[in-house]
Design a protein around this ligand. Sequence first.
Ligand code: HEM
Length: 152
Amino acid sequence: MNKAAEIALFLHLLGVAIWIGGMVFAHFCLRPALEDLSPQLRLPLWESVFGRFFNWVGVSVLAILLSGALLMVYFGGSHANWQLHTMMGLGILMMLIFGHLRFAVFPRIRRAVQAQNWPNGARAVGTVRRLVVINLVLGVVTIGVAVLSRGF
Ligand code: HEM
């Protein structure tokens, strides 16, 4: 593997670690810990957490996409193996889901918190939870497919 591909793989894996690790932390650690708080406390906290986390994910997504494209060229482009094509498809699907979270669902949480409309805010946070679970499952499957791409 040449230097450019090594750097791309490093950035690719760093982005994956931040994105998947952040989702695991939010879903399995933060969410249960906040469950007993009243909506007045919980929803502004989620807004603040998502506001920061989604910026990190945005940068990670860019890194994964650009490094993934470079690696794809390195591994033969359209002649790359089916596992890499599957990774690209699943990765793009995860990115579309993230885009929906960031640009459609998150503004709903922000508006609900500003208007102190707690039922709407709680519904939007519930939507984030469901989509994060979907992206987590897709992410774990994608990592499995990445391992298969080595074709031991
Ligand atoms: C547009 C999306 C993506 C593209 C085009 C892409 C492409 C690639 C390519 C070409 C490689 C190099 C394979 C190798 O070193 O043998 C790679 C490695 C890897 N990718 Fe992706 N990827 C994408 C998204 C993702 C996502 C979303 C994840 C995880 C959630 C992921 C996880 C990995 C892992 C763990 C490796 C290391 C595999 C290894 O070196 O054995 N990728 N990716």
